[in-house]
Design a protein. Structure first.
Ligand SMILES: N[C@@H](CCC(=O)N[C@@H](CS)C(=O)NCC(=O)O)C(=O)O
Ligand code: FES
Length: 107
């Protein structure tokens, strides 16, 4: 499968998905660490892709998403944003609402 198809499949198969550097338990960058901490506090399971272990995705996703950096949070097939947006939405309470609505238990 080519990289763009892999990305499309990941995004459509995972309602809450973060592309990040490292893993939720071992983030490899402060932006990813802060973002994943906000997500974890929302209390729902989420999927992740470590872009450091997947260089093709690191290269192709910014073009596909039209978003230049990581992390990238995707919810229900749509790009929510990066660390700044995730942090702001967490602080306002919007992130928790979005994540709870997207989680399987809320369907
Ligand atoms: N302001 C950005 C910060 C993220 C950022 O600057 N990420 C950089 C450094 S980790 C990045 O992804 N660079 C491209 C790359 O490393 O592939 C946000 O809100 O997410
Ligand atoms: S890896 Fe250096 S800022 Fe993210």
């Amino acid at each position: 499968m080519n990289t763009i198809d892999t990305i499309k499949e990941q995004i459509s198969n995972n309602d809450i998905l973060i592309y990040m550097k490292g893993s939720p338990n071992a983030p490899q960058c402060g932006f990813s660490a802060r973002s994943v901490e906000c997500l974890m506090k929302c209390g729902q399971r989420f999927a992740y892709v470590d872009i450091l272990a997947n260089p093709e995705i690191r290269a192709e996703l910014p073009k596909y998403a039209n978003w230049p950096t990581f992390p990238q949070l995707w919810v229900k097939g749509e790009l929510v944003g990066g660390c700044d947006i995730i942090t702001e939405m967490f602080e306002s309470g919007e992130l928790e609402t979005l994540i709870k609505d997207a989680a399987p238990s809320a369907e």
